[in-house]
Design a protein. Structure first.
Length: 257
């Protein structure tokens, strides 16, 4: 039997970037905990693997929504559709994000704008879109996703790092503004996580995989599943007095000098 502090059964959980490596692990974790899922991706094809994985779990009814999070009207419309289907939205997890690995002097305006629009603007717009519904219920959980690059610099990810640092400060501001209305906003900062995107970096950068292991006190790459427990905690009643927090899930990387 699940302790009431950690019970999220039947909660409506909206997840952007649900078809990515971390998104799929988080979606499965919430499905196994009895949540109802509203899964959001920017293309229908990105749901393919996730649909099969959730079907194998006999998961609760899930809704699938195609959305470009840079489209403000689309964000509000998507959340409205979720509420029409499920009656409410209890938890929002903003996982949608992109990066572009290159030296700072090589960024074009178009690349800069796209990263900022998806990562920062998209996160903010989704938070705004769920606000009125969470306010009406006097309760809601928003989990925004940062990165260890918001804490420690990375010369090849300057714009990505800047957006993640901005998400950190944005989330603190939202927490201060919305906590009196029962809406709890927090940030999870993943470290080096083994996903398709990070695997490509290992191919492109000689020795990268080995350096990550050598500089991580836990002695390994993180797995998408390593983030699930933290997400579940921040979505559950156990975290109802946590607002504006930064939880780093990085195997100890940023704890070092």
């Amino acid at each position: 039997m699940t302790h009431p502090l950690f019970n999220i059964e039947n909660k409506v959980v909206a997840i952007t970037g649900a078809g990515g490596g971390i998104g799929r692990a988080v979606a499965k974790g919430f499905a196994e905990s009895g949540a109802r899922l509203a899964l959001i991706e920017n293309a229908e094809a990105n749901f393919e693997a996730l649909r099969g994985e959730l079907a194998a779990l006999n998961a609760h009814a899930a809704g699938y929504y195609v959305l470009d999070v840079t489209d403000r009207e689309g964000c509000f419309s998507c959340v409205k559709q979720i509420v029409e289907k499920f009656g409410q939205v209890d938890v929002l997890i903003n996982l949608a994000g992109i990066n572009q690995r290159m030296r700072p002097e090589l960024y074009t305006e178009a690349i800069y704008d796209r990263i900022v629009d998806v990562n920062l603007k998209g996160t903010f717009q989704m938070c705004q879109a769920v606000y009125s519904f969470m306010k009406a219920n006097r309760y809601g959980k928003i989990i925004n996703v940062g990165s260890i690059t918001a804490i420690a610099a990375n010369q090849h990810l300057p714009v990505y790092a800047a957006t993640k640092a901005a998400i950190n400060q944005l989330s603190k501001s939202l927490a201060c503004a919305w906590a009196p209305e029962g809406i709890h906003v927090n940030v999870v900062h993943p470290g080096w996580i083994d996903t398709a995107l990070s695997r490509q970096a290992r191919v492109d950068i000689p020795g990268h995989a080995e350096r990550v292991v050598a500089t991580t006190p836990a002695g390994r790459w993180g797995l998408p599943e390593d983030l699930v427990g933290t997400m579940l905690f921040l979505a559950a009643p156990a975290s109802d007095f946590i607002d504006g927090a930064n939880i780093v899930v990085d195997g100890g990387v940023t704890s070092q000098l």
